[in-house]
Design a protein around this ligand. Sequence first.
Ligand code: ARG
Length: 423
Amino acid sequence: MNLKWTAALAACVMLASPSGAETVVVTAAQMVDVLAGREVAKPQITIVNGRITAVGHQGDAIPEGAKRIDLGERTMLPGLIDMHVHLTGDPHFSGYTGLEFTDNFWTVVGVANAKRTLEAGFTTVRNVGSANYDDVALKQGIERGYIAGPRIVPATYALGSTGGHCDATEFPPSITTSTVNIANSPDEYRALVRKVHKYGAEVIKVCMTGGVLSKGDSVGAQQLSYEEIKAIVDEAHMLGLRVAVHAHGTAGINDALRAGVDTVEHASLADEESFKLAKSHGAWFDMDIYNDDYILAEGAKNGMFAESLAKEKMVGLKQRQTFRAAHAAGVKMLFGTDGGVYPNGDNARQFAKMVEWGMTPLEAIQASTKSAAEALDKTADVGAIAVGRYGDIVAVDGDPLRDVRLLEHPSFVMKGGDVVKRP
Ligand code: ARG
């Protein structure tokens, strides 16, 4: 970027900003420019009232009265984005082991996980399923400064069909469970989309096929008809919301893509047809490929259903092979971990898996920054260290393009110009 121009811009913004505006200038040895796809030496970032006003180089003018943060030899990156989390989930209570807790226990779990997630460098998350509108509550608590946490794009309840992945299938018929998220026709799904939108959903999550952790369904089985998913997509898009579908099975993935969904979660059994559909519709794959390691190592100890472990063994390796093939075929990929199914806060462990299965470190980082912001429709706010976006910055002790594992231990985290974690 032209140096004079950035200095001039910083100066105008200073003039334009109200007096008392908080200005922070951050410098480091280098920065990953995820938009240009390269590293930049000696960057200098100016943040005024939480938004970036200048991206220049050390030596550029520094606004008077600015607070200075020099990160020394470290590398700066944009705040990371996890496109698939459940902040109110804790995998240590799997299967039936969570039933000893009262309903709002999980809200409290969410408070702790929000802090952990932010401190791990994830300044934005898409929460794709929680009960009781908990993710909206967390978002409100974070925005009002009651608790620490990332920016949240909430889905509220994950929608699904009777007996499907997002229904409570693990109880006998005499036990009554909540069915607020369950529908069984296009019209009923339209009504559900309207309802969750009314109460704060900013993205719609749908359970399109069976799953690993759900009891009594087969991972590959489709659970909504094409007409149902089409009604959801039409309704959501009309309201300006995007649609994320949980889908492992091939037929469900392909019907969801034909219906125009925006992101396919898991995508384990996607085939060549799925890749073609995803590319022609501009849809993203959001594949939680670290999960398999955690589930196979800890699932049994955590009380996971035996049938879930068996399903994981069927699908885990296949999902990683599909990840490699989808990326090679040119499908747009996101970074989503399913945090909650493995410990929230360990999200960054997935970067190394994505590199092991075919991405460059830069591509894996872009999946969690640039591309994630595109998939959220928030390129004005997050996903890059760029003028206009929030001052969401992480720093690591070395070069993440050589060793992507450095992201597992960020030494500095800033959200909206506020330091969350310092070296
Ligand atoms: N929530 C997902 C499900 O129950 C987790 C899948 C985990 N396994 C995996 N290989 N990604 O289906």
